[in-house]
Design a protein around this ligand. Sequence first.
Ligand SMILES: [Zn+2]
Length: 165
Amino acid sequence: MSVARFWRETPRRYNLAGSKCGRCGTVYFPPRAVCPTCPQHRETMAQMGPFQLTGDGTVFAYTVVHEAAEGFEMLVPYVLALVRTVEGPMLTGQVVDIDPSEVRIGLKVRATFRKLREEGKAGVIHYGYKFAPVSDADGAPRRPAPRGTAAASTPDAAPADRASA
Ligand SMILES: [Zn+2]
């Protein structure tokens, strides 16, 4: 993607800014100028308003990617998921902060803004949303369970865990 196109798309990438039909209530992301759901969709233009998606949703479908595209070599294997947001629109994005083998259909996730990739030596950094699991209890982002000093450190321990040990 060109830098110019990226910046044009930045507001909605950062904000998950969609649109909502004032007539039937359907939410769209990316935003739409008219509502294709309403029978008289040509008449809905004046009723389409901005709508901020929460970023909350559940995994609808997913795939584990083992062969990385150029620029994503550091990330394999990673999970690419189709997420059904609580507002309705489907979003596609990477699922992070979870072992790929633990991802399931129906997993509750929340969009979080992360670095997507770095381009070339100039270091153009692209940011966008990725999805992280949320706990069922309080909806807070899931964190690894605290490890006692008695527990041996595991190979998958996060750097933060090792630093605090
Ligand atoms: Zn509508």
